[in-house]
Design a binder for this molecule. Sequence first.
Ligand code: SAH
Ligand code: SF4
Length: 383
Amino acid sequence: MTTTTTKINLLGSSQTDLEKFLVARSEKPFRARQIMQWIYQRDIDDFDEMTDLSKSLRTQLKEEAEIASPKVQAKYESKDGCVKWLFSSGLGQAVETVFIPESDRGTLCISSQVGCALDCSFCATGAQGFNRNLSSAEIIGQVRYAIRDLPRRSNGEPAVTNVVFMGMGEPLANYRNVVSVLEILVSDWSYGISRRRVTVSTSGIVPHINKLADDCNVALAVSLHAPTDDLRDQIVPINKLHPIKTLLEACWQYAEKRSRRFITFEYVMLRDVNDSIKQANQLVSLLKGKPAKVNLIPFNPFPGTEFKRSSVESIRHFQSRLRERGLIATTRKTRGDDIDAACGQLAGKVSDRVKKPLGRKIIAPKISSGKANQDKGIRTPSV
Ligand code: SAH
Ligand code: SF4
């Protein structure tokens, strides 16, 4: 629950927080469920229209509360059907949200932070630096806006059937707000999306993976990107804090708590950095026999990066090796790149508030040296 000027924004409040708000005003907790249905299922912003609430409660809500959604600055439509919206997050900042339609589903890729402090060297968001966490209203507001804006599916259902936290930011570094949003997404009083259709993607904040398993065990995707600590330290700096062994232990525990449902391991294919057959074999050793599937992501370039996308051939060989050795492996289709909406291309508008040298060049590490990018250090995410 966030306050703007004097009013409390009920958008993004978890059911528990809404119940507390109502009980503090001598109302019955079940009113929270009614309000959630109005906000998310009927898409109503005006308390006067919430006709199953008493007149006096409506009047009180109007005085004390509001339903304030983030504002859209721009909308872009890709020739492959993807849609990208730029949401204002105040003071010249903006974040991006992408809709990816497929025949059997519609996936909304949402942002959780303005920028990202984790500084993975191949990521446009990381290169922008970090400004702040998004509020739960700003996160669920992306979903609500997209559902309102997009035409319904042919079966009359909302266009958005799946939600992935793969936009800007590290969701597990904005833990509390992200968990409130997860609860809303899966709630029967709101969108009622199955936990299997909601995915949190993380670069590996281990303590919060453990906590998420208890708080709201939705599907988990982990940005692995390297099979050894030496390399991962260089391209995913949070690895220095939570190395691969610790990360994978947390993953297997998470899977146990979800009846051994598979964890997706994302692996961005960077030419001559992490795409050799030797590295495919190393990846097999890490994941074989575990509830794991690998999703290879062809690297999407952005201005200033020195990384290059692996060739189609080497992605194919890498994937074949994983499959021959018994892993489930797929390659993600690049979508929306004509509107800079593909994975890792989301930059929004971020003014960095974390110390970062201006105009830093993004340099691809030399695998052999183990020294590149050492100047970057690790920024512990704000939680
Ligand atoms: N912070 C979270 C979620 C956002 S990034 C995370 O790191 O998992 C979503 C996915 O896009 C991650 O797997 C991320 O590593 C990947 N990605 C980042 N930059 C990319 C790029 N330039 N090309 C392809 N994928 C990229
Ligand atoms: Fe942040 Fe994810 Fe980009 Fe890494 S890949 S910088 S964690 S958004």
